[in-house]
Ligand binder design. Sequence first.
Ligand code: T46
Length: 142
Amino acid sequence: MSDKKTDLVQWIDFSPLSDDRGSLVAVEGNKTVPFDIKRVYYLFGTQPDVSRGFHAHKALKQVAICVTGKCKMLLDNGTEKTEVWLDSPTKGLFINDMIWREMHEFSPGCVLLVLASEHYDEGDYIRDYKEFSNLKELVHET
Ligand code: T46
């Protein structure tokens, strides 16, 4: 896993297996990605002018891969924010727990694949930014 600037942006480079038929990327839990993959979901049919996300997770870790098209991902750890483009099927963005994320500017036909460390649990979501920021401050104080 490579760090870019800070721990906030952590890319995973996938090595495609390419030949004259095309390319294949294999992703394995606890090998290619740093957790056991318990869930896979994907976003598609997204609209160019509609953003998604606007939450953090208490414990969930994920890797997001834009397998087709592109979108912009905003990451916020409570003290620092940054935006990156997800625009390659050979690059995964590792999103740690307690990171606020927003997805913006989906291109037409974008498919965003997400590998998750846990099964779906609405109780793991923090959907209120103030609550997220208060929790982050508590962690910094202790
Ligand atoms: C994330 C970003 C990148 C389920 O029932 N099961 C699931 O596994 C997921 C992911 C969602 N849902 C339900 C919860 C909502 O009623 O599907 C609905 C849409 O989910 P949400 O509004 O959270 O979607 P996004 O695109 O805002 O966020 C999703 C993931 O939820 C989130 O974990 O990090 O993609």
